[in-house]
Ligand binder design. Structure first.
Ligand SMILES: NC(=O)c1ccc[n+]([C@@H]2O[C@H](COP(=O)([O-])OP(=O)(O)OC[C@H]3O[C@@H](n4cnc5c(N)ncnc54)[C@H](OP(=O)(O)O)[C@@H]3O)[C@@H](O)[C@H]2O)c1
Length: 322
């Protein structure tokens, strides 16, 4: 496993990090705690040292599993978690005052709750689970973040940028308040490369890439007849003819690159790691098998220039969360 600087934090994080939404259950149906713990443990064996979770993932369940694992291991493992907006609206809607989303008392209360779920004394990266640049210079949240840093309860602060709005954190980033951003970046969603990544490089802000596999769309496993358990959020994400659309797009990518559908997860992860602004990519993993496949990819090798050039044509601007 290779490691990269997480912006100016001084942390060196594994190229492959662990996306821990799915193991929290909640909107993802089908994880077993036993397999999730084995997957987490195997990832640490393979050199992974960065885990992304959230207070909201399974109402703290993901944090509890992550904390259990981290406490058992002697290796340094960095944990990032997230504070949900108090109004529980994802993503942040324009015009919403920050007092409705991240007032100081909520920031502090949620951090205390996460520390308890994790069973740890410090959170390495505390993130807001949504963000709007309208909130720069407003409210009392920044004082709360500073207080938590001073108390040693959090080390660094980041935001998880709203889906498909990569530029809606640049003002905050330029204000100097941010240590990291988390953003959707994948073969379909290429827009963070335009303005966000250059801004992160200029300000030495760490980049955590989420949804590199398009919630499974870029794994080659979303075929027109695949089904999900009732209540799994992907019934909505891939509703109607979306599975067919995804399958056609991914088949075209594979044939354009001369690879098989089975090679797609590797190509999709390497795509994200090919950008120099990216610190770590956090695929969602619930099984030892996926951990073993994905951790092999953190070997420092990006995709060849020619492949990256070809992939530009496969950009697909759309929002399946809506
Ligand atoms: N707003 C936010 O802040 C936000 C939103 C979304 C995600 N996130 C974070 O980003 C992480 C990643 O996003 P995600 O988990 O939603 O989606 P993702 O990483 O794009 O995709 C996860 C899917 O890919 C599958 N997968 C992983 N590795 C694979 C492999 N090698 N071969 C085949 N399939 C593979 C998983 O399989 P299984 O189904 O078998 O597990 C799962 O279905 C989350 O876990 C979370 O930490 C944050």
């Amino acid at each position: 496993m290779k490691y990269r600087a997480l912006g100016r934090t001084g942390l060196k994080v594994s190229e492959i990090g662990f996306g821990a939404w799915g193991i929290g259950k909640g909107l993802w149906i089908g994880a077993s705690d036993d397999e999730s713990l084995k997957a987490l443990s195997r990832s640490i064996d393979l050199g992974l040292n960065f885990i992304d979770t959230a207070l909201g993932y399974g109402d703290g369940h993901s944090e509890q599993l992550v904390g259990q694992l981290v406490r058992q291991r002697s290796e340094a493992v960095y944990v990032a978690t997230k504070i949900p907006p108090r109004n529980e609206v994802w993503p942040a809607r324009p015009g919403t005052p920050v007092v409705e989303t991240f007032p100081a008392d909520h920031v502090i209360k949620c951090t205390e709750k996460s520390l308890k779920n994790l069973g740890l004394e410090t959170i390495d990266v505390q993130q807001f689970h949504v963000w709007s640049d309208e909130w720069v210079g407003k409210g009392d949240w920044l004082g709360a973040i500073q207080k938590l840093k001073d108390q040693g309860k959090i080390r660094f602060f980041g935001v998880s940028i709203n889906d498909y709005q990569p530029e809606n954190a640049i003002k905050l980033l330029e204000s100097g308040a941010l240590d990291t951003v988390q953003v959707i970046y994948n073969i379909f969603e290429q827009s963070p490369g335009e303005k966000l990544f250059p801004a992160c490089e200029r300000h030495d802000v760490g980049v955590i890439v989420r949804v590199a596999l398009d919630e499974g769309g870029l794994t080659g496993k979303i075929t027109p007849d695949v089904t999900f358990a009732p209540d799994d959020f992907r019934n909505n994400y891939f509703r109607g003819d979306r599975k067919q659309q995804v399958y056609e797009r991914v088949t075209r990518i594979a044939s354009d690159l001369g690879i098989t559908l089975d090679d797609m997860p590797e190509t999709a992860l390497r795509y994200t790691l090919s950008h120099p602004a990216v610190s770590t990519v956090i695929p969602g993993m619930r099984t030892v098998r996926n951990v073993e496949r994905n951790c092999q990819i953190g070997d420092g090798a990006g995709l060849p220039e020619k492949t990256l050039e070809r992939l530009k044509a496969h950009r697909w601007d759309r929002n399946f969360y809506q």
